[in-house]
Design a protein around this ligand. Structure first.
Ligand SMILES: [Zn+2]
Length: 219
């Protein structure tokens, strides 16, 4: 059973190879409120995708979101992929890391990491370092309040057939149904206050959207 790492899986801004990473820190929310992202600001992988360093705020995010088992002492030395939920998400991350290493250039991946009552857009920045290491940073782009909706993600198929894209956070009720925002799911399908069981996948749109080469302002 996999435990998610503190989602500094919200992604941030990488320094130049060899430099000391400067965690970007959460930006103020678009609504002016201080967001509380479920993401620490950065972590560093070795050439075998093992977590070898994490940002100083890692444990705080871990304790807030996943508990002591996700603190730095428990994850350092382990593979990043021990903590990634769902094969499609794993493949997308593998692709981004491979592209960064192969090209020697920074890659970015826009994604959503919502809280029950907040819609959050983040950017993951993967910067290749010397010897196959990669610095992965999570940067909060925007954060807005919304009506609280809570999902229960799982790598296994959800009983009711609901799926959620791990990248854009849209939901799909069944194979033939369109992908839609959580706010667009009516109360008959998702009663207020109820936790929706979802299978964590990557939607076709996000599968087609390969990690982009970092733009000049990414770091
Ligand atoms: Zn998606």
């Amino acid at each position: 059973m996999s435990r998610r790492i503190p989602r500094p899986f919200a992604v941030g801004a990488p320094p130049t190879p060899g430099a000391t990473p400067a965690p970007p820190g959460p930006a103020p929310g678009a609504d002016g409120a201080a967001p509380s992202p479920q993401a620490a600001s950065w972590y560093r992988l070795d050439a075998a995708d093992r977590l070898v360093a994490v940002s100083s705020d890692w444990d705080r995010f871990a304790l807030d979101n996943q508990g002591p088992g996700a603190c730095a002492g428990a994850v350092l030395g382990r593979s990043l992929f021990d903590f990634v939920l769902g094969e499609p998400t794993r493949r997308l991350l593998e692709l981004g890391l491979a592209q960064a290493r192969r090209s020697g250039r920074r890659r970015t991946l826009a994604y959503r990491c919502d809280a029950p009552d907040r819609r959050r857009e983040l950017r993951m920045v993967m910067t290749p370092l010397l010897g196959g290491s990669v610095l992965v940073e999570h940067r909060l782009v925007s954060s807005r309040t919304r009506a609280a909706r809570t999902v229960q993600p799982s790598a296994a198929p959800a009983p009711a057939g609901w799926r959620r894209c791990s990248q854009c956070q849209r939901l799909q009720a069944s194979d033939a149904a369109p992908w839609c925002e959580a706010d667009a799911v009516g109360p008959s399908q998702w009663p207020a206050g109820q936790r929706l069981a979802v299978q964590e996948v990557v939607c076709p749109d996000c599968q087609a959207r390969l990690p982009e080469e970092a733009v000049a302002d990414a770091g």
